[in-house]
Design a protein around this ligand. Structure first.
Ligand code: G6P
Length: 608
């Protein structure tokens, strides 16, 4: 979603801000803009579209200032347009603002400001903030900034640039992350670390209801109630290489290909092969509470929700603990019955998804133990849950989640094994699971070598308009995930279904134009899947099956197969997910789609 950058230092701000905005492109956006203080006047450049459209708009203009702010906007209030793009200015053109988040009471504030004579140019909620600051300004900008934010309901990550206080930028946070990068005589601001990492890895993370007054050499952090806060400088947990394509045509392909390593990173130091067990330091001290809980509720959105469904199969199967999985957006609004014996596990790659964060707060309020499974270190969900585990999958830039998904499943497998070993899971079974788990990265390498074959299938897929994905048991959530990947990036309408449910509706759609991707690995439901394949073929469907390497039965029944190495049933999702990611990727590339930034989608959905 929206991205924020800021710079105050000794170099020309424009190229630094443009570069910072490019680093944030992955979040998904529809317009962009920059404000720079030049000769104590605010210069603004903005445009609808991508950063390259902003560069065209600026057109090589010489802009000399060394203090500036920038923004990529994902429209909420008002269409994507030049006028709605940030930064926004007050009436006198003395204060500029960029904002992430939503001002919920903006229409009341807007009416009040209009009654006082303020003229609005955009349809955005953000513009009220800058007029509020103008209204409250009586010679002290910091005071006006603070007073304005006290009136606001909603969420914000903001930077204010003003000719009234030319040597400072003002920032504040409530619900939308802000990172301040500290260097020698220069300070960088970003809505996430990727906007600052090429300049410095020394950062201060702002907490909710904190603001900072940022000069070239000094950053003072205070609460919005004006209490001084002393912050420690932390190290960003990644470097520039990790957020670059490193020779790959797309981040998504890089991230698909990285999975052998990222999954090994998620396991590193956590697998106890001899004991047939695992250890997860972040959950130490919470295992008894988890085992004795009346229910484990897993809540998440999007791809993370699919990982949660696999977690349900794993934990119920291996540990015999009652698990429920719920969309965070539903959970938060339906007044769920939760008590202090429940445990709520939130899964989120970004750790910032608004609905998942709200679900955590709701669960906390009702007395449940809350746990987080996040990739982004220091993210809101990681900080607000009682305990948790990091994925260690490294920054995920492609909007469509791939490596975070497989790392989530790896961590859930370790959790299920630990809980299982506390109960009925025999050491021998634990040893088999952990041994198989450590062999998964090599097996993924073998699947990655089959990309050309999958690309051939993608050539036919690219001409289709619909697709059905089917799986059973552990691979039913993988069918959902495979369909999501396909629709997200190739815009082919794809639906995932439990294979047996096909008879209750989707079978009506099957004809020679309907590709059906079916996961048919030899597990306890293999015979049932074979019957489902017969049902599809009898109606002329084009069937692509994901099978184990030596399967000669399915091969004879279907149109094409994608072979994967053998593994035990509970780990099959870690392998079956990979060809479906590759299939979606190549289909989207062949269709000429913007794979890393699909239309209308955002990497981190920080609005409801
Ligand atoms: C967005 C992204 C998805 C992601 C989902 C949940 O929709 O495009 O890739 O799965 O949000 O995000 P989270 O960061 O909470 O896992």
């Amino acid at each position: 979603m929206c991205g924020i950058v800021g710079y105050i230092g000794k170099s020309a701000a424009l190229p630094i801000l443009l570069n910072g905005l490019k680093r944030l492109e992955y979040r998904g956006y529809d317009s962009a803009g920059i404000a720079i203080l030049q000769d104590n006047k605010i210069w603004i450049g903005k445009n609808r579209g991508k950063i390259k459209d902003l560069e065209i708009e600026i057109g090589g203009e010489e802009v000399g200032g060394t203090v500036g702010i920038g923004h990529t906007r994902w429209a909420t209030h008002g269409e994507p347009s030049r006028v709605n793009a940030h930064p926004h200015l007050d009436c006198k053109g003395e204060v500029a603002i960029v904002h992430n988040g939503i001002i919920e009471n903006y229409s009341i504030l807007k009416s009040r400001l209009q009654a006082e004579g303020h003229k609005f140019k955009s349809q955005t909620d953000t513009e009220v903030l800058v007029h509020l600051i103008e209204m409250f300004y009586k010679g002290d900008l910091i005071n006006a900034f603070r007073k304005s934010l006290r009136l606001v309901q909603g969420t914000f990550g903001i930077i204010v640039l003003s000719s009234l206080q030319p040597d400072y930028l003002l920032v504040a946070r409530r619900g939308s992350p802000l990172v301040i990068g500290i260097a020698d005589g220069e300070t960088y601001i970003g809505s996430d670390g990727s906007a600052v990492v090429e300049h410095t890895r020394d950062v201060i993370y702002l907490e909710d209801d904190e603001m900072a007054i940022i000069g070239r050499d000094e950053t003072q952090v205070r609460t919005l109630q004006d209490k001084k806060v002393s912050k420690s400088v932390e190290k960003l947990p990644f470097d520039l290489n990790e957020i670059q394509k490193e020779g790959y045509p797309h981040f998504m392909l890089k991230e698909i290909s990285e999975q052998p390593r990222t999954m090994a990173d998620s396991m590193r130091g956590r697998i106890l092969l001899e004991e047939g067990n695992a250890k997860l330091g972040g959950l130490e001290g919470y295992w008894d509470r988890l085992r004795d809980s009346s229910r484990l509720i897993i809540t998440a959105c999007g791809t993370s929700w699919h990982a949660a469904l696999i977690g349900e199969y794993l934990i119920e199967q291996l540990a015999q603990i009652h698990v429920e999985v719920e969309y965070a957006s539903e959970f938060r609004y339906r007044n769920p019955v939760i008590d202090k014996n429940d445990v709520v596990l939130a899964i989120s790659q970004s750790g910032e998804t608004a609905d998942t964060l709200a679900a955590v707060r709701e669960a906390k309020c009702k007395g449940a133990l809350t746990l987080g499974l996040c990739n982004v270190v220091g993210s809101s969900i990681a900080r607000e849950t009682d305990a948790g585990v990091y994925l260690h999958a490294g920054p995920e830039i492609g909007v469509a989640s791939t490596k975070a998904f497989t790392s989530q499943v790896v961590v859930l497998t370790m959790m299920a094994t630990i809980l299982g070993r506390m109960g009925h899971l025999a050491a021998e079974d634990g040893r088999m699971i952990t041994q198989e788990l450590v062999e998964i990265p090599d097996k993924i390498n073998r699947i990655l070598q089959k990309q050309d074959q999958i690309k051939d299938i993608a050539r036919t897929m690219a001409d289709k308009h619909n697709a059905l994905y089917l799986g059973r048991g552990y691979n039913y959530p993988v069918a959902l995930e495979g369909a999501l990947k396909m629709k997200e990036i190739s815009y082919i309408h794809a639906e995932g279904y439990p294979a047996a449910e096909m008879k209750h509706g989707p079978i009506a759609l099957i004809d020679e134009n309907m590709p059906v991707v079916i996961i048919a690995v030899k597990d306890s439901v293999y015979d049932k899947i074979l019957s489902n394949i017969e049902e599809i073929k009898a109606r002329g469907g084009w069937v692509i099956a994901v099978v184990f390497e030596d399967d000669n039965v399915v091969k004879k029944k279907v149109d094409c197969v994608i072979e994967i190495p053998h593994t035990i049933q509970c780990l099959t999702p870690l392998l079956t997910a990979i060809p479906l990611q590759i299939l979606a990727y190549h289909t989207a590339v062949l269709k000429g789609c913007d794979v890393d930034q699909p239309r209308n989608l955002a990497k981190s959905v920080t609005v409801e």
